[in-house]
Ligand binder design. Structure first.
Ligand SMILES: [Mn+2]
Length: 395
């Protein structure tokens, strides 16, 4: 007899952890400006405190992604202090992201820069980030590059590809036993003619060239409009090359919108491919689920709770797909039944089952309401008022 819906959802939620980004809590903005929020985090300690709130109320965000330049002001020397601060707030440091895009020297790129001295500087920063990751007990070094060009003829695309392969291989060689290199892709922005790692295929090839512990990172916002993201995910799973996700949504291009706010069925289909693969292959792929959103308009902590909530709902819905039945329908070419099998799961209201899961874990049934009732925001807004400069951080 098939497992009951409630049990499937409980089991799925038990296995589903989502990492939240430190850059989701300070004041950030678009290229046009910032709208400051009272109580926005201004220091690493404040970011970790805010992240700790999200985990305390949702129970599924035990790690926080960090950016080397923004969160480790003294580089490696800050590592222990930041790790201790995270522990103090009930979380751990997750993926370490080298910051390879803010300094003036990176105008023409980092790993793809034609100047070998700048490529060397980018490698050294990445190697230090790997050491930080080791020091704070993080398994992931997560790489996103601005590299590319804005005008035809201005960059040697083939040479840059080879420089990328060399730099990534050198960084891969420094990884610890249990560490992974995650390589993100993005089709455009800030480069508007070519991006050195523009799509999953380029990330795949460069990861393969780097070494056995490099994997592709799929940022859901980094795709063209009509792209079939779940197919990319299915292929990466089948190749054993899916490392993780940066979860967000977009309507036009990368805008850090709330996950599932525009197209929840897309997210559901991605989660479905992952769970279908696990059923089919008998093994669950190790995937780092991370949120990459930085909100300029919505209240930051509430937004992060809303995103985690959306992620749990969509993951739980995907757990309701009857894989055995779906396989049968697919084999027999029963198109309507196969499609309805997916749609039925997607249409199920899983919220009562999620509330039940939360009750069973001693968590608030409605984390957003619990956060609002906690008075945390009012308290930190008062404590943090009058601070001069907010911590930077936007990607
Ligand atoms: Mn990203």
């Amino acid at each position: 007899m098939a497992e009951k819906a409630e049990e499937r959802v409980q089991r799925a939620l038990d296995s589903f952890l989502v990492e939240i980004p430190s850059w989701g809590f300070p004041d950030t903005g678009t290229r046009f400006g910032k709208f400051r929020q009272p109580g926005a985090a201004g220091s690493v300690a404040e970011k970790l405190s805010d992240a700790g709130q999200v985990h305390a109320l949702t129970g599924c965000c035990p790690t926080v992604a960090v950016h080397t330049a923004w969160d480790f002001p003294n580089g490696l020397a800050s590592a222990e202090e930041v790790a201790a601060e995270a522990r103090k707030h009930g979380v751990r440091i997750g993926a370490v992201n080298p910051t390879l895009f803010e300094e003036q020297c990176y105008k023409n790129g980092s790993f793809g820069n034609p100047d070998p001295a700048i490529r060397r500087k980018a490698i050294e920063h990445t190697l230090e980030s790997i050491e930080i990751a080791k020091r704070v007990g993080s398994r992931y070094l997560s790489l996103w590059f601005i590299d590319g060009s804005c005008y035809p003829g201005t960059a040697n695309i083939r040479r840059r590809k080879r420089w990328f392969a060399e730099c990534l291989a050198e960084c891969h060689a420094a990884l610890g036993e249990d560490q992974y290199l995650l390589v993100e892709y993005k089709p455009f922005e800030p480069a508007f003619y070519h991006t050195d790692i523009a799509d999953w295929g380029m990330s795949f090839l460069l990861s393969k060239a780097a070494g056995p512990k490099a994997r592709v990172l799929v940022d859901t916002g980094h795709h063209y409009q009509a792209q079939n993201i779940e197919q990319i995910v299915a292929w990466l799973l089948d190749e054993g090359m899916l490392g993780g996700f940066h979860l967000n949504d977009r309507r036009y291009a990368d805008d850090d919108l709330t996950l599932g706010s525009i197209d929840p069925y897309q997210v559901f289909r991605i989660f479905h491919e992952i769970q279908f693969h696990a059923w089919d292959s008998g093994q669950r792929a190790e995937i780092a689920y991370m949120i990459d959103q930085s909100h300029n308009l919505k209240p930051k902590i509430e937004e992060m709770i809303q995103t985690v909530n959306n992620a749990q709902e969509l993951f739980a819905k995907a757990a309701l797909v009857d894989h055995a039945a779906l396989s049968r329908f697919q084999e027999r070419g029963e198109l309507i039944d196969a499609e309805e099998c997916l749609r039925g799961a997607f249409s199920t209201d899983v919220r009562p089952m999620i509330r039940e899961w939360r009750r069973s874990k001693g968590l608030p049934e409605d984390p957003l309401a619990a956060f609002r009732a906690s008075g945390y925001m009012q308290r930190v807004a008062a404590e943090r008022a009058g601070r001069s400069v907010a911590a930077s951080g936007y990607c």
